[in-house]
Design a protein around this ligand. Structure first.
Ligand code: COA
Length: 372
């Protein structure tokens, strides 16, 4: 596994402002990012990897100073000889605007008050995230992108990239994503937000660093975790197993948790240890506002305006972004191609089924002569 480091860059200077789609501005903008491989002399071998809701810039390798530490979230996809081969490509993964992993977001200091923005962080959209990534790539000297890819929210960014910067995007690989967020997904995001806001420690988002609505954030994650998997995967993994078995004396003991309950509690607390509630709210709202047609025209017209070849990947058991949505995306894109990951893991399969994903990505890049 390669050793990597998360870098950080200030993108505004000399009184510059970033005007956000929602109308407010940022006067200070830090972007955290990682890169793997080398930018070639023509500056045209870059691949942009966009992360999902709770992801970070740490997509591959292990971080400097943490030998053997947590591998990047897409490590099996990025590296020497892998789908995004760092012997050929310069892979960039930025942390998105509004996140809590180094890029400006609700946990950052508001220059106007000297205190964390918290709930006063301005609303951001996927288009704002993409604009910031574009500024980062310009700063890094990237001229064009072989491809822009990501799953879920990452796929939404890939779609916006192809629309906002068509001259820079030679191809896109949106995975298990949406052209506009469905009412089904918005509904799930909203109950997750309510779980956070109904926690007595929420205090309107004005909680001190390290404190806050931990129970609510944990519950939000548990709701999301169910939607990231499938009934078949839960049946196979947990069945009806209890932690202390099913003997008559413990059968009706509520402390004798089902394994699935224990798993969800654990995943909830794991997110609480690494994430922030205001950030969760800001980013889920950006996902819900995502609609490539907004202000541009019908979804059909906007999709048909995309010139770059696209590989749209669906996951057979995904209940969040079902395969019919991915097929429709591929059908609507003039140069769209649909491929499927056959998996029982649900939406999370884009973080698990690396062999299938690698085969699809390799074939697509080769077909379009983008792998050289
Ligand atoms: N009780 C308590 N904990 C349990 C458990 C149980 N019955 N069964 C498993 N676990 C724990 C394991 O000990 C392990 O802990 P660790 O992470 O500290 O090592 C953890 O659960 C494993 O999680 P699991 O979901 O089984 O991993 P996986 O290999 O199936 O999936 C990921 C890998 C990265 C996809 C998954 O861990 C994950 O993070 N999923 C959410 C990712 C996400 O945000 N997806 C949405 C994108 S929009």
């Amino acid at each position: 596994m390669e050793v990597t480091a998360t870098h950080s860059v200030e993108l505004l200077g000399g009184g510059e402002l970033l005007r956000l789609e929602g109308g407010r501005t940022l006067s200070q903008l830090t972007v955290a990012y990682e890169t793997y491989g080398t930018l070639n002399a023509a500056r045209d071998n870059a691949v942009l990897v966009c992360h999902a809701l709770t992801g970070s810039a740490h997509a591959a390798g292990h971080l400097e100073g943490h030998p053997g530490g947590a591998a990047g979230w897409w490590d099996p996809m990025i590296g020497s000889g892998k789908a995004f081969d760092t012997d050929r490509f310069f892979v960039v993964c930025p942390n998105i605007l509004g996140s809590c992993y180094g890029t400006t977001g609700p946990v950052s200091t508001d220059p106007a008050t000297g205190r964390p923005y918290g709930p006063s962080f301005p609303p951001v959209t996927v288009r704002d995230m993409v604009r910031v990534q574009h500024a980062l790539l310009r700063r890094l000297g990237v001229r064009s992108l072989r491809t822009v890819t990501g799953g879920s929210l990452g796929g939404m960014q890939a779609l916006e990239w192809a629309i906002m910067y068509p001259d820079m995007v030679r191809s896109l690989i949106p995975i298990a994503t949406a052209a506009s967020h469905s009412p089904w997904c918005i509904g799930l995001n909203e109950i997750a937000r309510q779980a956070i806001m109904l926690d007595p420690a929420w205090h309107g988002g004005e909680y001190p660093p390290g404190a806050g609505p931990h129970a609510g954030l944990s519950l939000a994650r548990q709701i999301a975790m169910i939607s990231y998997r499938s009934d078949r995967s839960f049946n196979l993994r947990f069945a009806r197993d209890r932690q202390q078995g099913n003997l008559p004396e413990v059968r009706c003991d509520p402390d004798n948790l089902f394994q699935v309950e224990s798993y969800l509690h654990y995943q909830g607390m794991k997110l609480v240890a690494r994430f922030d509630a205001n950030t969760y709210i800001a980013i889920t709202r950006a996902m819900d506002w995502h609609d490539i047609g907004y202000g541009r025209g019908t979804l059909e017209d906007v999709l048909s305006s995309v010139r770059s070849p696209a590989l749209c990947v669906g996951i057979t058991s995904d209940v969040l972004y079902p395969v019919h949505e991915q097929r429709a995306l591929a059908d609507g894109l003039p140069r769209g191609m649909y491929r499927e990951i056959d998996s029982l893991h649900g939406h999370d399969a884009f973080l698990i089924e690396f062999e299938q994903l690698t085969a699809h990505v390799r074939a697509f890049l080769k077909t379009h002569g983008l792998d050289g």
